[in-house]
Design a binder for this molecule. Structure first.
Ligand code: ZN
Length: 203
């Protein structure tokens, strides 16, 4: 399987990192080795002093497809999840400055938290999902899929122009504002509405 991530999909997050608003979605990939194994803590890698959490809604693909029209995109997934796109921000900044790919900063082992999934039938409106991340006791990020610049079905249309989507592929749909540094001994807990989707210890 592959993980396809969308960058800069929430206006407020673009502002906080002082990035330009893109004209098209920004895409990068994570290999399956980036997935944090179930029940394992996240280890801050030795090559970074500034790893950030980015909580994101996930979409799991359930049908093979290419050049999917957004009208039909809803047929290609039936589960929505929540995860973290861990980012070595210091390394990413260096790579961005040099115009180099971001993979070292975003695709290292453990950099993708894939939490639980819920059937989309249990969700009233895909474009109105509240989600949040608690770092220890405080809510540090909260978002709503309504605020995405490109909605889930548009992302599937766009991504499938470039990549054949296969069963089990996961799309990370971008992070809302509030990204920040994680520290050793943090506990990161993600929620869709009131439901806990994952809980991760940082080491
Ligand atoms: Zn992200």
């Amino acid at each position: 399987m592959k993980i396809i991530c969308i960058g800069r999909n929430y206006a407020e997050h673009i502002k906080e990192l002082d990035n330009e608003k893109p004209k098209e979605p920004i895409i990068f990939l994570k290999p399956d080795t980036a997935i944090l194994l179930k029940k394992q803590p996240f280890f801050i890698p030795e090559f970074s002093n500034d790893v950030h959490h980015e909580v994101e809604l996930l979409v799991r693909i359930n049908r093979i497809g290419k050049h999917i029209d957004k009208k039909f995109a809803h047929k290609y997934y039936d589960e929505i999840g929540l995860g973290i796109d861990f980012t070595a921000r210091d390394l990413q900044t260096q790579l961005k400055e040099k115009g180099l790919p971001w993979e070292k900063a975003k695709s290292f082992d453990g950099a993708a938290v894939v939490g639980k999934f819920i059937n989309k039938n249990e969700i009233e409106d895909i474009n109105n999902i509240n989600f949040s991340l608690k770092r220890n006791k405080s809510v540090v990020q909260s978002g709503n899929s309504m605020l995405m610049m490109w909605k889930i079905d548009e992302l599937i249309e766009y991504v499938s122009k470039y990549f054949t989507l296969k069963i089990g592929d996961v799309i990370f749909t971008g992070t809302p504002a509030g990204v920040g540094k994680v520290e050793t001994n943090d506990v990161l807990t993600g929620y869709i509405e009131e439901t806990e989707m994952f809980s991760i210890k940082v080491k």
